[in-house]
Design a protein around this ligand. Sequence first.
Ligand code: NAP
Ligand code: FE
Length: 367
Amino acid sequence: MDFYMSTRLITGNNCILNNAEMFSEMGQRCLIVTGKSSAKRCGALGDVTEALGRVGIGYSIYDEIVQNPTIASCIEAGKLAKGYGADFIIGIGGGSPLDAAKIVAVCAANPKTEEDDLYARKWIKDALPVLLIGTTAGTGSEVTPVSVLTDSRGRKRSIRDERIYAKISFGDPRYTETLPRKFVLSTAVDALAHCIESYFSKKANDISAAFALRGAAILRETLGSVLQSNTKLDSDQRERLYNASILGGLAISVTGTTFPHNMGYFLSEDYGVAHGNACAVYLPELLRYAEKCAPERISSFFAAIGGDIDCLIDLIERITPKLDIILTEEDIKRLMPRWENNSSVASTVGNVTADMIEKILRDKFCK
Ligand code: NAP
Ligand code: FE
């Protein structure tokens, strides 16, 4: 096994203000990277600026990060950070601002590095240190060495590099109180996808499996109760979902994701489907496939998380909205080359062939 995770992770209510002195270890000035409004609305930005004020750190804010963030916005924010003389970057948000902050930190240290070199991980100077504050319980980006960014052709592509781990991540589950229910569900099902995909990856080992199984067990139990009531989540449910998202992030830090994530990207790019829903739509196929080609793994999975395959698929189908998408023959022809020699697809247990992918697409979207 080879396990490396260099992020200090602190979670719990009020964890930012309780640890304000940690910000001063990072430098004197920072750029804060956020989306349009949620960082303010959920209280995280207020806590961060108060903590920075207490320890006398200057800041500037870049709040232009959109869902499925673009690499162009990271290059732009990197130049602003450099111009401002930032010593470190703070990302506040769901996966989109967190992923962006990691590459803003690279661009701030390497402002002339262009898109292709960023994806090829060819940068010279070390990235600025990064501090992340999660406001969704989903991606686990707080603890992954991954940034998923949309390129100039509109395609979502990952940059995976140990040098982009955050130095410190804070997770205060109270921030998810303002998250609309549709995002509570789409982000939680993303975390579930991370746990399931990691467990049924050829790259899984005992460490990743421990994270994946615990995360999946928490999610199965908690999402069952969340779906049964229409009321707001209580603080215990929030904390459980947040912790499960971190466990999912740790699991995919070891294994990466498999075919559901990769087949989900076009649904976000072309049809605006929320990331978690776009990936989870293929989880039933992954589980049924694993049942055939890795029955022992399926048994150990359900022995550890409880329930059975039918109940879990039913839960996933109740969480994810029906997608009203129809693909034509041309769409299928255009899409299929994406999955040729694709390393995420190849790391799924068994042997996922092009025929299998085409059949899944046809069954789901060509009726
Ligand atoms: P997101 O795209 O960061 O945010 C979705 C929406 O939720 C935005 O409108 C955002 O508003 C809002 N929001 C976030 N936190 C909120 C809060 N506490 N209260 C109210 N609204 C809130 O969603 P996400 O699902 O967390 O991230 C998805 C991205 O992460 C995708 O691009 C995906 O590819 C990536 N991802 C990365 C990894 C990794 O390992 N790095 C893993 C999985 C997925 P604002 O725009 O105003 O902020
Ligand atoms: Fe994901």
